[in-house]
Design a protein around this ligand. Sequence first.
Ligand code: SF4
Ligand code: FES
Length: 387
Amino acid sequence: MPTTPSNPLAVIAELTHRCPLHCVYCSNPLELANRSSELSIEIWSRVFREASALGVLQADFTGGEPLARTDIIDLIRAARAAGLYVNLITSGLPLDEAKLASLAEAGLDHLQLSFQGAQEDVAQEISGTKSHAQKLRVLGWLKNFRVAVTLNFVIHRRNIGQIPEMLAIAESSSATRIEFANVQYYGWAFANRENLLPTREQLDRSLELIKQAQERRKGKIRIESVVPDYYAKFPKPCMGGWGRKLILITPSGDALPCHAAQVIPGLKFGNVKSRSLREIWENSDAFQKFRGEEWMQEPCRSCDRREQDFGGCRCQALLLAGDAAATDPVCSLSPLRPKVDAILASVNAVPLVGAQHAPPHLGTISTISSESPSSQHSNWLYRPNPA
Ligand code: SF4
Ligand code: FES
């Protein structure tokens, strides 16, 4: 029997997969959408109205790089006209001060600027593009506009030692919120996992520094931290539970319960070009598949935590267990947890690398030579830019 859902709270609008960066942990699928398949502004405008009627409060504009859409100002206006709070998640690369003024004038409520590190060298190695200095310029301009700001530092093995410098960047900006978000292992990050996972020692040290910063800055700036759940005892409630709070729309209009859902074989996604958002949310196969508890296997089915974490992440279960309905293998109660422990053991056995040169050719598996005689070679799979 279909499970009746509550209202979604936010719609994650992947406006495009085009992006000037090539991050090795990008959450986009390995198969990227081309420009020619992107939804028109007319369809997005209808989707925003339908979302609002469905009870959605917020539109998160993301990509790729959402500013790659030349109609971004009109898209912001359309979402605002539908009554949605608009959050733009951007690398900041295509911005200048005049563009920022236009975004603010169109009604942008919130801007989330993502950082690949606290210094140009690591940021360039990870994103395959020189971008750090531009992000610092954007931070300066943002002080002149009434737009709320969050800084998002994506944390991994190569930059986890830069937490104090990241805090210094945030504290000199107008941001009221900082996210230290450890990489989660789907999409491009799954392919680059061995070079991205921090060691236990690195993680513990970083969590201590973040805790101290949270105490020091209490009441002034909100500091949030997301740990890599491979190191956790229990999994995260991915997306707040499947089909419970969020709906993601791909550049070509497929409506997904999460960023990575396309890795799960056999799921049928409704497309907003031919179906209303309400119809998809309430009835589509993909949203119904893992709603509620009927689909759960043991040990989740009889576990007291099932209403807190909903059995963890379905995509991670598929990637690590080969079965999207299995207990998320990062859970310490999962019979497959030893598989995750073996991954961590191999990561913790490898000595840390030293400073490395700028990234080589993009979109291929590449070897980056090391400046330190004691360090190893890193192989990165860079995300290409779709046509
Ligand atoms: Fe969560 Fe399932 Fe693990 Fe229980 S067994 S903690 S419900 S993932
Ligand atoms: Fe798909 Fe977690 S990313 S359920």
